[in-house]
Design a protein around this ligand. Structure first.
Ligand code: NAP
Length: 240
């Protein structure tokens, strides 16, 4: 039996897609909200998702402008939880005021107004970056645990609080880790060492780990995951 229906935004993005998969695998039904259903077509065909669409546990709806008046009313019907993960990310090509802050603030306002009119709703989770909680100069180092979103739906988790997910790391540390685990890929020239200078983020996530009763993956494990996936895709591409 379904544990309730979760509205998930940002599913065409990196974090939202993974969270959507985790939500469904954890036994919830989901409604994915996208700006255009056309943009969701590739994800909908993904092996991790397509059977959830076939069995009716995943549906998709579009809201072209998240900040439009009453934009969310229909999308929130029958929803138990909201995971708002869609945010415009800072890109040098975007105007900070017009393309980032305004849509983020107005879109969230509009969502929250609709949430107040949704009697079935129990909890809202907003995703942000821990960078939002610290001085801009102290950047880099955040990591992410999509599964922490799912855990945060449980009723025993405190409401109205910030849950920060992070492990210590520097991007350049990825190179020796990759060398240690994939020496052959370096020898064959499939992996090349590079430089990505970064500063360490000082964020203690142990309180979040204790609250969610989870242990976040370390940087080494993440690097191995990402490089394995890259090499797998590269090999599939070569064979194709
Ligand atoms: N990636 C990370 O390592 C990381 C780490 C820590 C925290 N986070 C946080 O996680 C959240 C999502 O990040 P991400 O990396 O998944 O970003 P992403 O891959 O760039 O995806 C952004 C998502 O937001 C949607 N979006 C962007 N602008 C929008 C707008 N104006 N109106 C409606 N939807 C919009 C995009 O939809 P379209 O396809 O329609 O453009 C896409 O689904 C952000 O709050 C970010 O700060 C990410």
């Amino acid at each position: 039996m379904s544990r309730g229906k979760v509205l998930v935004t940002g599913v065409t993005g990196l974090i939202g897609f993974r969270v959507l998969v985790d939500v469904l695998e954890a036994g919830y039904a989901a409604r994915a909200v996208v700006r255009s259903t056309k943009r969701f077509e590739t994800q909908a065909r993904h092996p991790l998702l397509r059977h959830f669409i076939a069995d009716g546990r995943l549906e998709c709806t579009d809201i072209p402008d998240f900040s439009a008046l009453n934009a969310w009313d229909d999308a929130l019907e029958g929803i138990t939880f909201i995971m708002h993960i869609a945010w415009p990310l800072l890109l040098p090509t975007l105007d900070p005021e017009i393309d980032i802050y305004e849509p983020a603030v107005r879109g969230s306002d509009s969502l929250l107004e609709a949430a107040l009119k949704t009697p079935t709703l129990k909890r809202i989770i907003f995703t942000s970056s821990i960078m939002a909680t610290m001085p801009y100069t102290n950047r880099e180092g955040e990591s992410y645990g999509p599964e922490s979103h799912v855990r945060a739906l449980d009723e025993d988790i405190k409401e109205n609080c910030n849950l920060g997910v992070s492990v210590p790391m520097q991007y350049n540390d990825a190179v020796p880790i990759a060398r240690k685990h994939f020496p052959e890929a370096f020898e064959r020239g499939l992996l090349l060492p590079g430089e990505q200078p970064s500063e360490a983020v000082v964020w203690n996530a142990s309180a979040t780990e204790a609250m969610l009763d989870m242990k976040f993956k370390g940087f080494e494990e993440m690097v191995v995951d990402v490089v394995s996936q890259y090499l797998e895709l590269l090999s599939a591409e070569t064979l194709a």
